[in-house]
Design a protein around this ligand. Structure first.
Ligand code: PMP
Length: 391
């Protein structure tokens, strides 16, 4: 069909530059190893931190819920798509998060959009870390509020932004709890202190901390003992929780308001019963099987130390996300391709996901790995890194 030649041109250019990346289908479940093109590879690219995507309790909960309540809900939450299990799960999640209320949305992405687009007006300003996730950036694009960007985790830059915005009605400071491409944790205690000093609201996107940091995986707010001092926590159910969805943990008023004003909540169908039941079971697993989080952190320490010893630049990560920074975009993809040859699935990540010149292979270990598998992965990294003159 004619009409999109200008797009084809751009795609051809990407192919010539080696930056075109086709989708890679996985032919197995999301385990420590996955099957791709018929070959078993060590999975180092998923966000399945605790291995919950394949946890027998979650699978059983999903199957039972589908059997009893059907495959879908047939409506948005506000019309006919709220099942009792949706409300029950939100109450359970609020108790888990030590907040007054929660509201679950289709994804973490839409949760950020709902909050940022609906809680602020043109009398307000949102103050955002420059490396915040794309869903925050897009949420900010949707708000009528003014915008101010501060330098990445730079408290001086944040304070300047707070000082220069004192005339706005409300100021909302937004930060990722854990930054998804570098794995560093935001200096939340200091950010909260600054927000309290300048009477600003604070919102944390805890996508990569949910199920990873804090007691039983309650997130960065709990990790830093800041319960009750952060106005809005956005979490995801799609990564460590192992299923799908995003949530806002805040006050009852915020929940009620978003039910009426949050457009992704209002205009998109609710989660199927299997999703909600599996998420609910996942919270029980977090509470009852803390050894999964311990295993995740043990694997993280082991793998990070191995990569550093080999001489890779692994940035400043404090979490299971460990970037192997290569710099050049084509080289990052070459490293990823070589690793695949040697039995490891670790995707290359480049602009616009990370800044130009900071292309990398991002690795994430999970609780499913063990030292034998991680040693295999390190051997592959050593071979590929030496062949490409990275180490
Ligand atoms: N926030 C951050 C920091 C993320 O890394 C992601 C996922 N890439 C999201 C939000 C979106 O979460 P979800 O995948 O549930 O839409």
């Amino acid at each position: 069909m004619k009409g999109f030649e200008y797009i084809e041109e751009e795609l051809n250019q990407m192919k010539a530059e080696g930056t075109f990346r086709p989708l890679i289908p996985i032919e197995s479940d999301q385990g420590a190893k996955v099957t791709i093109e018929g070959k078993e590879l060590i999975q180092l690219s998923s966000n399945n931190y605790l291995g919950l995507t394949t946890h027998p309790r979650l699978k059983l909960a999903a199957v039972r819920a589908a059997d009893e309540y059907g495959a879908g809900t047939g409506s948005v939450r506000t019309i006919a798509g709220t099942f009792s299990m949706h409300n029950d799960f939100e109450e359970k999640l609020a108790e888990f998060k030590h907040t007054e209320a929660t509201l679950v949305l289709q994804s973490g992405f839409t949760a950020n959009q709902a909050v940022l687009a609906s809680l602020l007006t043109k009398e307000d300003v949102v103050i955002s870390d420059e490396l915040n996730h794309a869903s925050i950036i897009d949420g900010i694009r949707l708000t009528k509020a003014a915008r101010k960007i501060y330098k990445h985790v730079d408290l001086k830059s944040l304070e300047e932004a707070l000082q220069s915005t004192q005339d706005y009605r409300k100021r909302l400071v937004v930060t990722d709890g854990v930054f998804s491409m570098d794995g560093n944790i935001a200096p939340l205690p200091e950010i909260v202190e600054l927000c309290e000093k300048y009477d600003a609201l604070i919102m944390v996107d805890d996508a990569h901390a949910s199920g990873v940091l804090g007691r039983n995986g309650r997130g960065t707010v709990d990790h830093f003992d800041l319960n009750g001092r952060v106005h809005i926590q956005v979490g995801t159910l799609s990564k460590a929780v192992g299923v799908l969805g995003g949530y806002i943990a805040s006050t009852q008023a915020v929940r009620d308001y978003l039910i009426h004003k949050g457009r992704p909540f209002l205009f998109s169908t609710s989660h199927p019963p299997a999703v909600t039941a599996a998420c609910s079971e996942a919270v029980d697993v977090l509470l009852e099987e803390p050894e999964l989080i311990e295993q995740l952190w043990e694997n993280t320490r082991y793998f990070k130390a191995g990569l550093t010893k080999l001489g890779f630049d692994t940035g400043h990560s404090d979490t299971p996300i460990t970037p192997v920074i290569v710099g050049d975009e084509a080289k990052a993809h070459q490293l990823s391709d070589k690793l695949k040859e040697y039995g490891v699935f670790a995707q290359g990540i480049a602009f616009p996901t990370v800044a130009k010149g900071l292309a990398r292979v991002r690795t994430i270990v999970t609780a499913q790995h063990n030292q034998t598998i991680l040693d295999e992965a390190l051997t592959a990294f050593e071979k590929a890194g030496k062949e490409l003159n990275i180490i």
